[in-house]
Design a protein around this ligand. Structure first.
Ligand SMILES: NC(=O)c1ccc[n+]([C@@H]2O[C@H](COP(=O)([O-])OP(=O)(O)OC[C@H]3O[C@@H](n4cnc5c(N)ncnc54)[C@H](OP(=O)(O)O)[C@@H]3O)[C@@H](O)[C@H]2O)c1
Length: 258
């Protein structure tokens, strides 16, 4: 049994949460170009408005919100239903990253990271899923990270938040596949965005946000559960996680600046 893909994005009703920059912005531009209807969300309203202006009249909606605020997500979804009467795809891209290691670990930062990166998607899914289950169609796509595969340095909060996304998507898939609702777990490697501009090391297999968007749209169209890229990097990390721990830790210490 294979889950459904998206034959064409024309007139698909898509909610992009985290549309104001980076991968989310690039996906939004690609959806607009492909003729989809797009609802844009994140905190920075001006950036969403500017992006919406690049769409045709009636093609884009803007709902500024913070993913840690349930009532703001609820109200945006109500707005989407009023305007469109339903939703075909939730693409949750929003995420935050603060490098954290043992010598600067702060619980408050960890809590904020989990709230935005793991509880945020759970909030959004809890809002859209009941209607998708009723109509036995729809797509839930969540951007995690290859950093969720196994422990990596400097990711004491980000890593667990993204590992949680992997388990959440895997577990959702069991329930939603027989109901006709597709789940897409998206695991990017390094992508050049505002988030990675802070990195003080050379990022292997770095790709642009537009390239990431192409991978994501192609994966959604094909109905893929596991959308990971670029394969030369994500495939290597997938291989590392099946190694015994002593070998895994040795390789990471050998190749990553710790
Ligand atoms: N870049 C990479 O190398 C890479 C690799 C693997 C995974 N990822 C994941 O890809 C996703 C996008 O990252 P990016 O690199 O494109 O970063 P980015 O350019 O910093 O974009 C992050 C997006 O998340 C939104 N956001 C953050 N906190 C939010 C909140 N509390 N409420 C609503 N929106 C919020 C931001 O919008 P506002 O500031 O306007 O709210 C922005 O639109 C993240 O989940 C990230 O973890 C990125």
């Amino acid at each position: 049994m294979k889950q459904k893909g998206i034959d064409s994005f024309v007139n698909q009703r898509i909610w992009v949460i985290g549309a104001s920059s980076g991968i989310g912005e690039a996906c939004t531009k690609a959806f607009i170009k492909a003729g989809a209807k797009v609802a844009l969300s994140s905190r920075r309203a001006e950036r969403l408005d500017t992006l919406a202006q690049s769409a045709k009249p009636g093609q884009a909606l803007v709902f500024p919100l913070d993913v840690t605020r349930q009532e703001q997500l609820d109200s945006a979804y109500r707005g989407i239903l009023e305007a469109w009467g339903g939703l075909d795809l939730l693409l949750f891209v929003s995420g935050v990253y603060t490098p954290l290691r043992a010598d600067n670990f702060e619980f408050n930062i960890a809590q904020k990271t989990i709230d935005a990166n793991l509880l945020g998607p759970m909030r959004a899914v809890s809002i859209v899923m009941p209607d998708m289950l009723k109509v036995h169609s729809g797509h839930i796509a969540i951007v995690g990270s290859v950093a969720g595969y196994s422990g990596l340095p400097k990711a004491l909060a980000y890593g667990p938040s993204k590992a949680g996304i992997i388990n959440f998507c895997e577990t959702l898939y069991y329930d939603l596949l027989p109901q006709g609702v597709s789940v897409h777990m998206i695991s990017p490697g390094f992508v050049a965005t505002e988030a990675t501009a802070q990195n003080d090391f050379e990022m292997p297999a770095l790709i642009t946000a537009d390239e990431a968007a192409q991978e994501i749209l192609a994966g959604l169209q094909a109905g893929e559960f596991d959308i990971h890229f670029p394969k030369r990097f994500s495939g290597f990390l997938k291989f590392l996680r099946i190694l015994p721990y002593p070998l895994y830790f040795w390789i990471i210490r050998r190749f990553v600046k710790i």
